[in-house]
Design a binder for this molecule. Sequence first.
Ligand code: DQA
Length: 141
Amino acid sequence: MIRVLVLNGPNLNMLGKRPKEHYGSLTLNQINELMKKEAGDKLELEFYQSNYEGDLVTKIQESLNYDAIIINPAAYTHTSVAIHDALEMFTGIKIEVHLSKVDNREDFRRINFVRDVCDVCFSGEFEGSYVNAIKYLKNHK
Ligand code: DQA
């Protein structure tokens, strides 16, 4: 079984209440269910969300033996050297995910501390970005 950690950063627990033009209308639980459906019995998914940078770092450290990480670091994408450094240690497949078209929004969102330590990025397709990350893993594992 391929073990996958699905990590979500700050404010993603509030999906459904955030601006729909950027983030779509589904809740995080609904997105997780879509991912499980796409994963079928090929991937074992563990879901973790936190609003705290250190929690996300600790979770990555505790998961170094997993096969893959799918991460939406949310606002920490643009600020976190600590998440960059934790991901750098992880030797499995690393997938960056964003609901919005993060590279085409405000200038401060173009600063990205995780892109260079991830293998691939899916963004701009709302919940479809997460589903595409699962499809990618099914084809590459
Ligand atoms: C986000 C984009 C980030 O810039 C933002 O801070 C988020 C969500 C996205 O999924 O589009 O919270 O990562």
